[in-house]
Write a protein that binds this ligand. Sequence first.
Ligand SMILES: Cc1cc2nc3c(=O)[nH]c(=O)nc-3n(C[C@H](O)[C@H](O)[C@H](O)COP(=O)(O)O)c2cc1C
Length: 243
Amino acid sequence: MRYNVAWCITGAGHFLLESFEVFLKLVKNRDVKVTTLLSGAGEEVVCVYGVLDKLNQISPGGYYQEIILEREQGKGFPKAGRLARGTYTALVISPTTANTVAKMVCGIADTLVTSAFAQAQKGNVPAYIVPTDYKEGTVVTKLPTVIDYDVCIGCDTCPPLKKCPSDAIKMVEKPTIDLTLCRGCKTCIDLCTYGAISFGKEIETRVRKIDEDNVHKLSLFEGVTILKYPYEIYDAVSSLDVS
Ligand SMILES: Cc1cc2nc3c(=O)[nH]c(=O)nc-3n(C[C@H](O)[C@H](O)[C@H](O)COP(=O)(O)O)c2cc1C
């Protein structure tokens, strides 16, 4: 029997590509329908990391297989209300920003994703959450497309600026990528003759104690399972299969 899972994406670059890999595998191998819900920031990161097109392979459209965008929903997020009506077997939030974790811990439900979580709790739908900021210390995360200004010499003729299909590169003393416009197509990388542009460069960022504490508080909620890595979603969702 097919079962329905609601997958929420928040505005995190960390674990984003890994979350996509897991869901692509799930829809290929398991009898699962996935509705994808994106917070406003979630939609932005999906664009800048260049995976918007892949979403259609996971949620191709049709009932319980839609892509639901926060900006297309009203202030009450009516589609999140489905979670309270017993139509989903599980809710998965991956990646989950520190911001969304903090809001869920406080019972705030003012975004599509935090509202979906609140409704899932009211409907006794189990929630699987993969936080980006799990334990105080550091995490290594991948950047979207960035310009290395130690290498960029700011050519007047900057080919990436001239040929970016999204017009996302502007001249502000030196070429600058506007991440609100970037679609993560990577066209610019090969066009820069100096090799100043890269995608997926790794950086280390600090995880704050408050974020670790919030994850711990969330783990104590009834019906919530915290997963450390996106790959753990595969077994968690597979085990829900009732066929
Ligand atoms: C490219 C990019 C990557 C980001 N990655 C992360 C991240 O890995 N973890 C995180 O907590 N916030 C990250 N943020 C910040 C969040 O997007 C920001 O806090 C946003 O308000 C979260 O909104 P949401 O929780 O409703 O999705 C990132 C922002 C950008 C622009």
